[in-house]
Ligand binder design. Structure first.
Ligand SMILES: *[C@@H]1O[C@H](CO)[C@@H](O)[C@H](O)[C@H]1NC(C)=O
Ligand SMILES: *[C@@H]1O[C@H](CO)[C@@H](O)[C@H](O)[C@H]1NC(C)=O
Length: 593
């Protein structure tokens, strides 16, 4: 298999056929700066008037002074625990479901895993009618009990895309071999297995990225040598709309001498005006889903390549929705990665280059948008960039040297970084307690309702290999970030789920009942809502965190206005946290529609 893969890799080189067009001129192009749609207006559902009358009629809690008290401080740098010593599969892809089960999937064609299918069952091997496979290549993982249930996967999800549908199912799209045009659905029901529709998406999608849109459908970009995107509607009716996208060909480094690809698993973010931010390799564009055109090219990101195999990280920073209806400022962050030539240099010269250290932030709606660059305390490729309940970010996993791929990296970066977007430059990163487990290629991570981070997978080998450097990693860890310091527990709100609203309507008020010892006013809280992402290859697809300002806090009940539209909060399930002066509650699953 390794040999097959290798030949695939070099096949992509042959495809280049020596076309060394001038790199800078060719890639830079002339950005179209004339079309900038800016923000749409943000409705606030008349929240202001309602809020005023509410607060007038009710007795405020002790500290409703309108002046926020400072956040609680902690010196806790976090800690790690092994949650399960053997999950049976290495978690190449990870999706948390609203049932509090995490779904871990791996390739199906690379040999035995460490867990068999249930009840001695074996599945036919696609394309080899006489062979069967009795190993499971996906599991359902109980995030509380660490219990593992083997799942049946009928088509190969290796390097697929995915997301959480409006009804809380995992939708896994593409992959390779018979799975390259598949849609696999795993419903959030007890004992369920994947349903598989093969050959339904328009094009093979291997290493593609998908993002949930305002109506709950998904847009899926790219894949190996697939220069297009398409839409998958929630109704799963096929065929879907496919749009060629030359930009993905232009950013494919296979046409560059001394570089490979560097634009797979591109970064896709739905912006508040409904347009799409797409970054591939070093270039970023804004795409209108109404006209299916590139409406603007943003400045080129300096520093190196950001997508597979130079796998960096990216997230849409937390979106603050204020009650006065002010436009929501969206900022995209991109961190780490590798030099464009890193994979080629390793392959041809047996030299492993150091990963990138820098991060860039850009405000796509700004007519003068630019990349504000800053440095992480350490280098990182193949890391994960997760948003936290506190509206901070966590950077973890990955390596300091090499690129994504089998045996192509070294120097695991064991130290997570806490990132506070609002701090001054140079005061944003904090290094936290290191793990002892290398999590490099094919590792993943997810934020859980209790605020811990589930960390799983890592396989630097095609097959499960338990000897030599960087063995296949089956251990599942949980990391507790600083905000879980037990010293802060006295100030931690507890959501009373039974008396809180769990179904939210766009722009409408909802309430969350809490228990809290401290005296506090509405201004001492924020509510944050996480859309649980599908994480693979260092990128968390459809990840977004909304930050809401409460309008009142009366008798232990926080009232807030739900996000105004699907552009800010695509429909479906979210984890809602109450954050009291920097101390988050355990999250509660809510739905918005
Ligand atoms: C996708 O899978 C089909 C069926 O296995 C195969 O015939 C086709 O060559 C594959 N395409 C790519 C680009 O791998
Ligand atoms: C991609 O671009 C190259 C030129 O750089 C061209 O030769 C090739 O036909 C393009 N491929 C597609 C599928 O558009």
């Amino acid at each position: 298999m390794a040999i097959l893969l290798k030949s695939l890799f070099f096949l992509s080189l042959l495809f280049v056929s020596g076309s060394a067009f001038p790199f800078i001129g060719g890639l830079l192009g002339d950005a179209d700066k004339t079309v900038d749609q800016g923000f749409g207006t943000v409705a606030n559902g008349g929240a202001d008037d309602d809020a005023t009358s509410d607060t007038n009629n009710q007795i405020p809690d002790d500290d409703n002074t309108g002046v926020a008290q400072p956040d609680f401080q902690t010196n806790f740098l976090g800690n790690w625990m092994i949650h399960n010593p053997n999950a049976g599969v290495s978690s190449m892809h990870l999706q948390l479901l609203p049932t509090n089960k995490a779904i871990m999937t791996d390739a199906t064609n690379l040999g035995p895993s460490a867990i068999k299918l249930a009840d001695g069952k074996c599945l036919p091997v696609p394309g080899a009618p006489r062979l069967v496979d009795c190993w499971a290549h996906a599991v359902e993982y109980d995030i509380d009990t660490a219990e593992v249930r083997p799942l049946e996967v009928l088509s190969n999800p290796w390097c697929s895309a995915g997301g959480l549908t409006v009804d809380g199912s995992l939708i896994s799209v593409g992959g390779t071999e018979e799975g390259n045009r598949s849609v696999r659905i795993l419903k959030p029901c007890q004992g369920c297995d994947f349903m598989d529709q093969q050959a339904v998406v328009s094009s093979p999608r291997w290493y593609s990225s998908q993002e949930k849109l305002e109506d709950g459908s998904f847009i899926i970009f790219g894949g190996r040598r697939e220069y297009s995107y398409e839409y998958v509607q929630s109704s799963l009716t096929f065929p879907q709309r496919r749009v060629p996208l030359l930009f993905l060909n232009e950013t494919d480094d296979d046409k560059i001498v001394n570089a490979y690809e560097n634009n797979l698993y591109p970064f896709v973010h739905l912006l508040p005006d409904g347009t799409i931010f797409l970054l591939a390799n070093r270039r970023a564009v804004i795409i209108s889903t109404e006209t299916d055109t590139i409406v603007r090219e943003l400045p080129r990101m300096p520093g190196g390549s950001r997508n597979y195999p130079a796998s960096g990280m990216s997230a849409l920073l937390p979106l603050k929705i204020s009650n006065d209806g002010a436009p929501v400022q969206a900022e995209v962050m991109v961190c780490g990665g590798a030099k464009p030539e890193a994979a080629w240099t390793l392959d041809k010269k047996k030299q492993m280059l150091l990963a990138l250290t820098d991060c860039g932030r850009i405000t796509p709606s700004d007519p003068n948008a630019f990349w504000a660059m800053e440095n992480m305390p350490s280098r990182r490729v193949m890391g994960d960039l997760l948003l936290l309940p506190t509206a901070q970010a966590l950077i973890l996993n990955g390596a300091m040297q090499g690129v994504a791929g089998w045996r192509l990296a070294d120097s695991p970066n064991l130290t997570p970084l806490l990132y506070t977007p609002e701090n001054k430059v140079k005061e944003r990163f904090q290094s936290l307690s290191p793990s002892t487990i290398a999590r490099m290629y094919h590792s993943s991570a997810a934020l859980l309702p209790d605020g811990t981070i589930l960390v799983a997978g890592s396989n630097s080998h095609p097959k499960y290999t338990f000897t030599g450097p960087f063995p296949t990693e089956l251990r599942v860890e949980k990391f507790s970030p600083p905000y879980l310091d037990p010293v802060l527990d006295a100030h931690r709100p507890l959501i009373s789920e039974d008396t809180s609203d769990k179904t939210l309507a766009y722009g409408e008020k909802f309430s969350v009942a809490i228990e809290l010892e401290d005296a506090a006013g509405a201004q001492d809280f924020k509510l944050t809502m996480l859309h649980p992402p599908f994480t693979t290859h260092g990128y968390s697809q459809s990840q977004r965190l909304l930050v809401l300002e409460p309008v009142s806090y009366v008798n232990g009940v926080i009232t807030a206005v739900a996000p105004p539209s699907g552009k800010l909060a695509p429909p479906g399930y979210y984890i809602l946290y109450v954050v009291h002066r920097g101390v988050p509650s355990r999250g509660m699953w809510v739905q918005i529609a």
